[in-house]
Write a protein that binds this ligand. Sequence first.
Ligand SMILES: Nc1ncnc2c1ncn2[C@@H]1O[C@H](COP(=O)(O)OP(=O)(O)O)[C@@H](O)[C@H]1O
Ligand SMILES: [Mg+2]
Length: 320
Amino acid sequence: MAATGEHVKALVRTHAAGDDAAFYAVALQVAAKAARQGHTTLAQELKQIIESARRQPVVSKVTPIARPRGDLADLVSASFPEVTLQDLVAPAAVKDSITRVLHEQRQRQALAEHGFEPAHRLLLEGPPGTGKTMTAAVIAHELSLPLLSVRLDSLLSRYMGETAAKLRIVFDAVASQRAVYLFDEFDALGAHRTGNDVGEARRILNSFLVFLEGANTESIVVAATNHRSILDHALFRRFDVTITYSLPDQAQAREVMRRRLGPLGRGVRWSSVASTEGLSHAELVKVAESAAKEKILRGEDHVSAADLNKALQAYRTAAG
Ligand SMILES: Nc1ncnc2c1ncn2[C@@H]1O[C@H](COP(=O)(O)OP(=O)(O)O)[C@@H](O)[C@H]1O
Ligand SMILES: [Mg+2]
């Protein structure tokens, strides 16, 4: 036999990973081995199959469930985000954590063969506007998966039983449809009250945690919250990875504005830009956009430090 066990394993692995280039490379190795063993007809036939297959247009490998159906349709909204890890401005520790998750997910077969699970339950916490929702989008994009954002308003019902049933629908999807599932503003789950029973909120959160415990490792469940303090410490242990976000330092703040301005910001003297302390990434994006638009409307094509300072001041005044 031309293909060794190693070859067969590699073929299955590369196929499962959707890695065409690696798959055909292994197949060619099998053909080469066949040729060396004197099975010239087999070697030639294999090469022909590989070559004609490579010429075929690649049928979209994108997970086919862009549009959730049935009960799930009311509970999640689906998107295919375009935002990349490069777009995220964050300290190395945050980027490293995300890279690690991506790596484990990409190598999940190899991990599984040795009895390990990839990180698939993520808790993102930190102040508003620092990139938590964006990170869920980044992970979806980098793994070419849909982002399914759970709509908490639809999920949370006045009736505990109904909420639990809806949670089950979402986690059934987690098991059957590989995707990134985002529970944004996830703390609402633990704060929600049905009727006037405070204990209900606890039970909803607990039932979420039970589902999370059994969540299929193929999908990624991301919970994001702006309110670390209200979350129970025990809760953090239920996630494979916790990533903490914070407001940008000066260098990061400039980077956020510089990227948003693009070519318009080429001439900015950054040393003359006022302090951005206390502002989040999202707020800095807005400041940069406001300065840029103002200039464009005036028919100019560059933004200066003075323009940014004006926009910063206007923003701070408006925000009180
Ligand atoms: N770390 C970041 N790097 C670059 N842009 C960011 C970052 N954080 C936020 N933004 C910008 O602000 C927008 C809103 O941020 P978001 O991810 O929703 O914040 P959060 O979920 O933490 O409240 C993003 O779509 C992006 O344009
Ligand atoms: Mg958010």
